[in-house]
Design a binder for this molecule. Structure first.
Ligand code: ADP
Length: 420
């Protein structure tokens, strides 16, 4: 039976969470969107990937509530609402409203908020979120095109989103251990505090938090605070035997292809590094607008299926801005996403079975076009980026979905190397 049902606000965030949960050997299913029909072939942890990060509150609330209703049918008694470790939202953001709606549906009087991900440099101290050594509002996140983060204080950010009181369990409390943190949560509950931001600067803090909150009906946060949960649930006798690493999964044989629609700084470095060892085709939104994806398809069909290759729209900010000026932001993005999605299908039909995809939105477009529903989670390539295994067009395929800023510079080669 499923122990925990999880809802993630985007695709790469969902694979991030699923990957960290699977580190422990727990069985994890990742579902792209809310599955149709009743749950079947369920795992210890069921993760539903939504695409609601920047959706208006009412739409995000409706989608997450529908996801919760499906997850409840798995028999799960605990739930997790996963958002980004940089708390990507605005004053009109939906992280708080979604949590409040899920709490209402679950009859939960209190939940925690812990987006910390120390392994990736995200920590929380005295309610303030840091990216590396910089407060969130001084990090590059201050200029994010969709969710510019101009305040580092999670209590203030959350306070503007929710209707009930917000409080803090600070690092000094967490450092005193599980009982002290539980006592603090109880004291806050007695004051009517429904939303508790919890400080964490290390994995040890996250373990204390996960232990203190393991019986909460709803937890919210980044993926890292969920990572200790499988071991805790195993100790509580709630999980089955540990699966041997990749025991149920064999990487399918066949060609490999990297598809990159992310323009994040780390992805740009990764594309440049991979082009030193692979054939590359650069997609240009302006050319796509004129000539469509035909030339890229011809290029792909002309390459031996086994050759290392990458198709990328990844470009520096000035080229992106130039394309957006000519075509509009939405059209430029859609041309690229549609082309990569179509190319993924062509590649699969030509015998590619291993796909590395870079970009959150891009991952959404590619998984949709490949008709992917349920993914099994395999080994992690980098923190928060696992290989996943699924079926597409009657074939077994391996797929990894990397969000823009994750992974080392050699990520693409590392990922493919791991399967060989
Ligand atoms: P990340 O995870 O780095 O944010 P995403 O895939 O979520 O990456 O977002 C990148 C967006 O930029 C996508 O909508 C993609 O189609 C678009 N894009 C990619 N390359 C270009 C380009 N050269 N010009 C304009 N937009 C682009």
């Amino acid at each position: 039976m499923t122990v925990m049902g999880c809802i993630a606000d985007d695709f790469t965030g969902a694979t991030d969470l699923a990957g960290l949960l699977a580190r422990s050997g727990a069985r994890v299913n990742l579902r792209i969107g809310i599955p149709e029909g009743a749950p079947s072939e369920t795992a210890d942890f069921e993760v539903i990937a939504l695409k609601c990060r920047t959706e208006p509150v009412a739409k995000a609330v409706a989608e997450t509530r529908a996801a919760l209703a499906w997850l409840k049918q798995t028999g799960a008694a605990r739930f997790f609402w996963k958002y980004c470790s940089t708390f990507d939202s605005t004053a009109q953001g939906n992280i708080g409203p979604v949590a409040e709606a899920l709490m209402a549906d679950l009859g939960a009087s209190q939940t925690i908020y812990c987006p910390a991900f120390p392994e990736n440099g995200r920590s929380i101290f005295m309610g303030n979120l840091f990216v590396g050594e910089q407060p969130l509002a001084e990090s590059p996140m201050k200029d994010h095109p969709l969710t510019p983060m101009r305040d580092s204080n999670l209590m203030r950010l959350l306070g503007s989103q929710v209707t009930r009181p917000v409080g803090l369990a600070n690092r000094l409390v967490v450092d005193r251990g599980v009982a002290a943190l539980q006592a603090r949560l109880t004291a806050l509950a007695a004051e009517g505090v429904a939303h508790v931001v919890v400080d964490a600067v290390s994995d040890a803090d996250l373990t204390i938090i996960a232990q203190a909150c393991a019986d909460m009906v709803l937890m919210t946060g980044g993926s890292a605070v969920a990572m200790p949960l499988p071991a805790i649930y195993r100790e509580m006798g709630l999980l089955g035997a540990q699966a041997a690493e990749d025991a149920h999964i064999k990487a399918p044989e066949g060609g490999a292809l990297v598809l990159s629609g992310s323009c994040s700084a780390m992805t740009r470095a990764q594309v440049a590094a991979y082009l030193k060892q692979a054939d590359g085709y650069r997609l240009d939104p302006l050319e796509l607008a004129e000539a469509g994806a035909g030339p890229a398809m011809d290029w792909l069909r002309g390459k031996p299926v086994g050759a290392p290759k990458i198709i990328y729209a990844t470009a520096d900010p000035s080229s992106v801005a130039a394309a957006q000026d000519r075509l509009g932001v939405a059209r430029a993005g859609k041309l690229v996403e549609d082309a990569l999605a179509e190319l993924a299908q062509v590649a699969r039909d030509a015998g590619v079975r291993r796909f590395v995809v870079a970009g959150g939105e891009t991952s959404g477009a590619v998984t949709k076009s490949l008709g992917v529903g349920k993914l099994s989670i395999g080994r992690e390539i980098a923190p928060g980026v696992p290989w996943t295994y699924t079926r597409s067009g009657g074939h077994d395929i391996a797929l990894t979905l990397k969000s823009g800023n994750f992974g080392a510079e050699t990520f693409f080669a590392d990922a493919l190397e791991m399967l060989s």
